[in-house]
Design a protein around this ligand. Structure first.
Ligand code: NDP
Length: 310
C-alpha cells in the first residue's frame, strides 16, 4: 500500500469509528454545567449513593470510576462498601435509609450481588424516583409504556450515540442481539419508542446471520468475544458493540474485546463503536445524566407536591 492509500485507509477507518469516549466527555461537560445551574437555582447539590457488596475486582473498578466522575461533574457521591458477608436484610436496611435521605437523589447498587442476596428484592426496594439504573419494575413499565421514567444507562448511551450519528431513527430496521433485562430488552424498547422496526435475537434464535444482515442498526449485547463478523453486517450498517470481554492470548497477555470482531466489521459497517472507548464511557456519563434528572424531578416534586425540599 503506498503512502496516500495508507492514509486514506486510516481516514476511512476513523470516519467509521463512533467515538463513545469523546461523546461521553462532551455529555459530562454538559451535565457539569447543568448541575452548576441547578445548584445555583435550588441550593441543593445532587447526590449519588453507590453501594458495593463484596470485593469483585471489576465491580470495584466500575464503582471507583462512577464515584470519580460524579465528583468531576459536581455531584456529591456517597460510597457504601459492604463486606461479602452482608445479609440481604442489612442491605435492604441501608436502602431504606438511602431512600429517606434527602441528600441522596440517586441510588445505584452495583451488580452482580453475591448469590445469597436476591437481586430482584434489592432492586424493588429502591425508591423508583431514585432508581438511576432504571431497573425497578416501575421504571421498566414506564419505558415499556413510552412514559417518562428512569432509563437504564447503557441502553440510553446507545440511543444517544445512534441519534447523534444518524439523526431521526424512524423506520430504520434495528436488530438487537441479546435480551437481558438490563441491556438487550431496554435497548429494544428504546429503539421501538424511537420508531425503529425492532428484532431481538437470543441464544435460541435461528438464522442469526441472515437476521443481522437485514439491520440498518445492529446492537450486540451478548458477552461472547468477537462473535459478530463481517458476514453479519449489511454494508453501511451502524453497529454498536456493547460486549466487554477480557481475553488472554497465548503469552498470557490480557486485553478487552467486544462481541464484534472490530477489524472484520470495519470492512462492512458505516459506523462502529470500539471496545474499549465505545459504549462503556457512555454508560457512566448517562448515570450522571440520570442522577441530575432524578434531582430535578425530586426538587420539582418537592415544590409542587408541597413535601420536603431536597
Ligand atoms: P447476559 O448474559 O445477561 O445476556 C446475554 C444475552 O445474550 C442473553 O439474552 C442470551 O440469550 C444472549 N446470547 C447468548 N449466547 C448467544 C448466541 N450465541 N447468540 C445470540 N444470543 C446469545 O449479558 P448482559 O446483557 O448483562 O451483558 C451482555 C454484554 O454486555 C456482556 O459482555 C457485558 O459485559 C456487557 N455489558 C457492557 C456494558 C457497558 O457499559 N458497555 C454494561 C452492561 C453489560 P438467552 O436470553 O437466550 O440466554
Amino acid at each position: 500500500m503506498n503512502q496516500l492509500s495508507a492514509s486514506q485507509a486510516i481516514e476511512e477507518t476513523c470516519s467509521i469509528v463512533i467515538d463513545g469516549k469523546a461523546f461521553a466527555k462532551r455529555l459530562r461537560g454538559e451535565v457539569a454545567e447543568e448541575v452548576a445551574s441547578f445548584v445555583a437555582d435550588t441550593g441543593h447539590q445532587p447526590g449519588l449513593a453507590v453501594v458495593l457488596v463484596g470485593s469483585d475486582p471489576a465491580s470495584q473498578v466500575y464503582v471507583r470510576t462512577k464515584m470519580r466522575q460524579a465528583e468531576e461533574v459536581g455531584i456529591a457521591s456517597f460510597q457504601h462498601l459492604l463486606g461479602s458477608e452482608t445479609t440481604e436484610t442489612q442491605l435492604l436496611s441501608l436502602i431504606t435509609l438511602l431512600n429517606e435521605d434527602d441528600s441522596v437523589d440517586g441510588i445505584l447498587v452495583q451488580l452482580p450481588l453475591p448469590e445469597h442476596i436476591n437481586e430482584s428484592a434489592v432492586i424493588e426496594a429502591i425508591d423508583p424516583a431514585k432508581d438511576v439504573d432504571g431497573f425497578h419494575p416501575i421504571n421498566v413499565g414506564r419505558l415499556s409504556a413510552g412514559e417518562p421514567g428512569m432509563v437504564p444507562c447503557t441502553p440510553l448511551g446507545c440511543l444517544l450515540l445512534l441519534q447523534d450519528r444518524l439523526g431521526d431513527l424512524s423506520g430504520m430496521k434495528a436488530v438487537v442481539v441479546g435480551r437481558s433485562n438490563i441491556v438487550g430488552k431496554p435497548i429494544g424498547q428504546l429503539l421501538l419508542n424511537a420508531n425503529c422496526t425492532v428484532t431481538t435475537l437470543h441464544s435460541r434464535s435461528r438464522d442469526m446471520v441472515a437476521e443481522c444482515r437485514r439491520a440498518d442498526i445492529l446492537v450486540v449485547a451478548v458477552g461472547l468475544p468477537e462473535m459478530i463478523g463481517a458476514e453479519h453486517i449489511k454494508p453501511g450498517a451502524t453497529v454498536l458493540d456493547v460486549g466487554i470481554n477480557r481475553i488472554e492470548n497465548a503469552k498470557g497477555e490480557k486485553r478487552l474485546v467486544g462481541d464484534v470482531d472490530f477489524d472484520a466489521a470495519a470492512s462492512k459497517a458505516g459506523g462502529l463503536t470500539p471496545v474499549p472507548g465505545g459504549i462503556g464511557p457512555m454508560t457512566v456519563a448517562c448515570l450522571m445524566r440520570n442522577t441530575l434528572a432524578a434531582a430535578r424531578q425530586r426538587s420539582h416534586t418537592s415544590v409542587t407536591g408541597g413535601g420536603k425540599t431536597s
